[in-house]
Design a protein around this ligand. Structure first.
Ligand code: ADP
Length: 457
């Protein structure tokens, strides 16, 4: 297994080194080719110049001697080529020995094919349109280079090699830094996900990146960690809540039944009625869990018809009359008699929504408190708001009140409840494509706002 950084660096370095070497090779080949063409051009012109020279020499005396044009021998020797002058019968008038130029110090050829092999070309020397002799020009390399030419080629090649080395060095450094930039946040995310999968829900990724996908990855692993942590807390709380809820009525029942069996408590009908109420409470809790299970497993089927939100809320308020009266809670109910509050929905389920919200408002209100209920609508929505001036909800608890069995801080658990009511509310509203929001301030009160779509089916 290779780390992402190592793999990225290797890929980047291989790609750039290969492309640099390829382009260096291409540049070198092109320069060599152009240079060789240029040199061979010069050689052709040299040969023409030599031929013309001998034509001039012949013209002067109108015959050949054994020293005609011999002065060129020095130039030929210095420039590493050989001359042999022949008359019209191809008899040698004078000539240089090719061996003289073979091992000279500055006889260096670079990159020319066929070097070391003596080759010569013979040109006709003409006078008045007649061939009067031949000049043979030979050399040990197809292209002859002077010391300066060789130095020039060497300098060009050296600068190519140096620039290749510098570019490779820069590339390696840039590749290492680039791959670090990419890999560090990914490595962070991967470490965090391993920790999360090992059950360390406090693990968070600190990786920073300005690459949007990597930033999203980093953010989402942190959100995932946060959610897992909350879910874990909820799960632990759920187990302790359920066991607490079950243990309390069971203990009461057990203690009382034992006392009655031992004859410590007399078996009276009041005592039996009180024990029965504990059994009923116990049963209610199981019922609630059962309702929740139905929603969780999506067994719920809606019975869709046209319903009037104002009528539903009115009937729920009526059902609460006794409790409101008992706590001395005043209701301020606002809606317009002529407005259209029709939506499509399941009347029983929607009634359950308002029962749960209103029962919380009553439960968490002080005696003599107040509840405001508002219903309004526009072309596409029906809005409801149920607001109380009760104990309010802590800001830290607000995001979780719709979670299963979430009941906020321990102190409010003295108030009877199971932490299931709002979970059911949320599920029913989701099935109706309705949205619910909550605003609350501790000590001041709570407002639940729902917006129903008039036509969602
Ligand atoms: P419960 O059976 O505990 O009422 P819910 O799911 O209905 O369960 O509500 C979850 C928690 O939300 C409650 O325990 C309470 O802490 C908080 N809550 C809900 N409604 C109100 C309200 N109107 N005022 C204050 N707290 C509320």
């Amino acid at each position: 297994m290779q780390s992402i950084r190592k793999r990225l660096s290797i890929i980047l370095i291989i790609c750039t080194v290969v492309s640099i070497l390829l382009s260096a090779l291409l540049v070198n080949l092109t320069i060599n080719k152009t240079f060789n063409e240029y040199m061979s051009d010069i050689q052709i012109r040299r040969d023409e110049r030599i031929t013309v020279y001998f034509e001039e020499v012949y013209k002067k005396e109108n015959k050949w001697t054994s020293s005609s044009g011999i002065e060129l021998m020095h130039e030929a020797y210095m420039n590493n080529y050989c001359l042999i002058l022949r008359d019209s019968n191809k008899n040698i008038l004078w000539g240089m020995n090719p061996e003289d130029v073979r091992f000279k110090d500055h006889f260096i050829t670079m990159g020319a094919k066929g070097e070391g092999l003596f080759t010569s070309r013979t040109y006709d020397i003409k006078s008045n349109g007649k061939v009067v002799g031949y000049i043979e020009i030979g050399q040990y390399s197809p292209i002859l280079l002077s010391k300066e030419d060789v130095n020039f080629k060497f300098a060009v090649n050296k600068s190519i090699v140096v620039s290749v080395l510098i570019t490779i060095l820069v590339t390696v450094l840039v590749s290492l830094s680039l791959s670090k930039q990419f890999s560090t946040p990914i490595v962070e995310v991967s470490r965090t996900s391993v920790k999360l999968s090992d059950g360390d829900y406090n693990a968070r990724s600190e990786g920073r990146s300005n690459i949007s996908e990597i930033k999203d990855l980093n953010d989402s692993i942190n959100i995932l960690g946060e959610k897992l942590k909350k879910q874990d807390e909820i799960r632990k709380r759920l187990i302790s809540d359920i066991s607490h809820e079950i243990r309390t009525p069971l203990n009461i029942l057990q203690n009382n039944l034992e006392a009655m069996a031992d004859g410590i408590f007399p078996v009276t009908s009041e005592r039996l009625a009180s024990l029965n109420s504990e059994v009923i409470r116990f049963g209610k809790l199981l019922d609630n869990l059962n309702v929740l299970k139905e929603f969780e497993t999506e067994e719920i089927k809606l019975n869709i018809e046209t319903v009037y939100i104002d009528k539903i809320v009115q009937s729920v308020v009526k059902d609460f009359a006794a409790e409101l009266n008992e706590k001395g809670i005043d209701i301020d109910f606002n809606f317009s008699k002529d407005a259209d509050y029709r939506i499509k929905g399941d009347v029983d389920k929607l009634k359950q929504v308002f029962i749960n919200i209103l029962s919380n408002a009553v439960k968490f209100s002080h005696d003599g408190g107040k509840i405001w209920i508002d219903i309004s609508s526009d072309n596409s929505h029906v809005f409801t708001s149920i607001k109380d001036n009760g104990i309010g909800i802590d800001k830290r608890d607000l995001p979780f009140i719709f979670e299963r069995l979430y009941r906020g801080d321990k102190s409010r658990q003295q108030i009877e409840g199971s932490g299931i009511g709002l979970t059911i509310v949320k599920k029913i509203l989701m099935l109706h494509s309705a949205e619910i929001s909550v605003e609350s301030e501790i000590g001041k009160g709570t407002a639940f706002k729902i917006s129903f779509l008039k036509q969602y089916i």
